[in-house]
Each structure stands twice: as C-alpha cells, then as structure tokens.
Write a new protein. Sequence first.
Length: 446
Amino acid sequence: MTDVQVIKMVDTTNGEIDRNIFVDPEIYRRELETVFTRAWLFVGHESQISNKGDFFTSRMGEESVILCRDKNEKVHVFLNSCRHRGMKVCRYEQGNTSLFTCPYHSWSYTTEGKLQGVPQFKNLYDGCLERDDWSLIEVAKLKVYKGTVWATWDAEAPEFEAYLGDALIHLDQVLDCRDGRPGGSEVIGVHKWIIPANWKFAAENFLGDTYHNPSHRSVDLIGIGPSSKSGSVGRRNDAELEQAQHIWSSFPQGHGLHSAIAPADNEYVGSYTSEPEIEEYFRSAHEQRKERLGEQARLLPFTGTVFPNTSYHGRQPRGLCVWHPHSPTETEAWRFFLVDADAPESVKDYLRHYYMRYSGPAGMTEQDDMENWLYATRASTGTIARRYPFNYVQSKNKFEKNGPYGGDVSFQITEQNARNYYDRWATYLEKSSWQVLMGEDQGDTQ
Ligand code: FES
Ligand SMILES: [Fe+2]
C-alpha cells in the first residue's frame, strides 16, 4: 500500500476514515515501523524499580524491553533480546538481579547492559569477540518524568517535554500528588489483559469520546463509585465534574484529552461520604492544592491519550493505560494504577478496591468498553464492511485555536481530537520529518 493511499484513507476534512486502518495487516506493519520506532512510549514507573538491580519487563510496540535500575542507580531500557541468537535474556515480569543470564547459551549481561559472561571464552572466543561491542541494545533516548519512564528508539526525536507540548500541563495533574506537590505518585498494581481489538480503538476512546457514555448505562444504574456504599449512583466521583466547564483539547503532536475547569470558588465536593477518613484525606488534599496552585488548581484532568498509545485517567481510577499492539486485531492492555506514595495505607487500600471493581477485564466499567472495541474490530474485517468508512464529522469546525491550557479547544463533545490524532497518525506513516510531526511545518515530507 503506497503512502498516498494511507493519506487518502484518513480524510479528516470530510470526517471519513477508512476501516482498513483498523484491520489491515500491511498498515499494521507500517505502524510498527513508522510510529512505534519513533514516538516516545511509556515504559513503566520508577516506583517499580526502587532498588539497585530491580527490573520490570515492559514493551515498546510488539517488542519486549527491560526497564531496570543499575548498580549505580541509573535507569535503563534495553531490548530484551540476547545479542548471540536473540533469546529473551529476561523471562520474568519483574524482580531483582545483578546479571541477566541468557537461558540459551548462558551469555550474561550486567544491569548496565554490558556483556560480561561468555562460557568458554578463552577456548572459543579469545581474539575474535570484543565484549564491549555486544552490549544489550538500549533505547536512543530515555526520560524519567515525575516518576514515569518514557523512551524512544529514535535519536532524532525531540525532547520529551517538546513532544508532549501543552498536553504536559494536563498530564502533570495526573502525576502530581493530590495536594498539588509535583510528582510523588507510585504504582500500586498493574493489570494486564488481551483484547481481540485494534489498539487504536482504545487509544481513541481515551482522547475524549464522552459520546460513548450510554455504553455504561448499566453500571451507572448500579453505582460502583467511591461513595457506592452510601447508595449513590454512577461509577466515579463525578459530582465535581458536573459543575465544571468541560474542555476537549487537541495538540499538534497528536495528543488529545478531555479535561474540566472547576468554578472560580473551586469548592470541594464530597465524593467519599461513606468513609469519613478517606473523605477527610481528599478534602484536605483539595484545600492544599488550591493553596499551592491557585488559579491552576481549577484544572481537573479527566482522560487523555498521549500519542500514540498511552492513555490516562486523571481522576478515579487514576492511572496510565498502555495499548500494546499484538496484531491488527489484537491488543494487550496494561493499566498502571497510581496513588500518592505517601498516602496512608487505608487510602491506598480503599483506592485499590475501587480500581479493581472499575477497571480491567473483571472490572464493571471497562468490560463495556472492551465489548464495543472487539465487536467493532470484528465487524470491520469483512469484505463488504471494509468498503465503508467510519464517520468522524461530530462537531466539525466547532473548535477554537489556543484554548485555555493549550491546544485547539472545543467546549462541546467532539470528534475533533480523533480527527487530529488520525491526521498525525497518517503523517507518521508517511515517514514525515520530526518538524512536520510536531506540527511545526505542515508542508513537505521527507
Ligand atoms: S542466544 Fe543468548 S547466549 Fe545464545
Ligand atoms: Fe468507557
């Protein structure tokens, strides 16, 4: 499939996108080559590798990588593949080690990625193997940002902050402590599961598809939110959002999000009324955040997707979710749940239970989403179905440039974020320069 065809498949001017971009194997192969080898990808969180020698096996696109802290406390991300014949040098999900020893012929690598042990070196390799030339493959750039670890294989990629652009202000509100101190979060668990759906369905949903709320009608009727014990309905602590101004913002780098701006008085709205201790913690955090951030505290993060495949939920259940591609029609979802590291254990426990009843394959809300994504994928693979595009005309041309908190903004439910995202996605597949990808030059391609 030629470059020209992909651009034609994403017609954001008329709001039509070809279904083949969600099911076609050739397009999928090009995504792996042009998006996942270049973009900044979320790999894990520092709290998962607190000590020297700690590691967490993660993924970048389809490929396995090792996130680890070396003996000098430096953080690395390595391709999890031996330089001899490619065996995975680490087959555990996480742990602590001083050496990664390959199970095949037992070459071993230090936590700095250096090839150290080569069995029978003197007899078989002396004079013909320079160990320093055969370290584990390491990412080109790595950034630890407020505890989160991001990486890219492209040495030419812009710095992480430039890649995020103004979307960073929103991501900050997810990663910062509830009382407004910068950073300070920790991961209290990771859910991993596989869904038979294209990865972009999930990424798009988190860009701010507020329109899909009817999917969750049953769980809203039951009520599983933080205050569920007191008999309230709904699935989140939404009371605060109900009185806020909602904004849907999209950014030239492809990111998109749905945030809200609290009223000027920014009063605390009780969300955990059935649990006085939890309620007091969040009430106090809210007041301290107001004190600390002033006007900026009115920004309430809701959901968003950092291009291409890292989504977040900024309120409860607070966390990051990565959509790892497996194939055009299969995705591995990893959800990292966040809490303030210095929150009392009772708060962490309370949130852990809430996160579990909301999220993941057994969670009561996320089941609804997955059902939509997997049936939409399956129903788009047929010969007839593939002839007909998806409709993305919602709220077309109803957005403003330079909105509050950056980006183009819509004050109503919109598919503008999705149009912008797929426009950027198609530009990656065209192998465009970083200048074009970052929206600095809409003109030529390499
Ligand atoms: S493949 Fe790793 S030592 Fe041979
Ligand atoms: Fe949903």
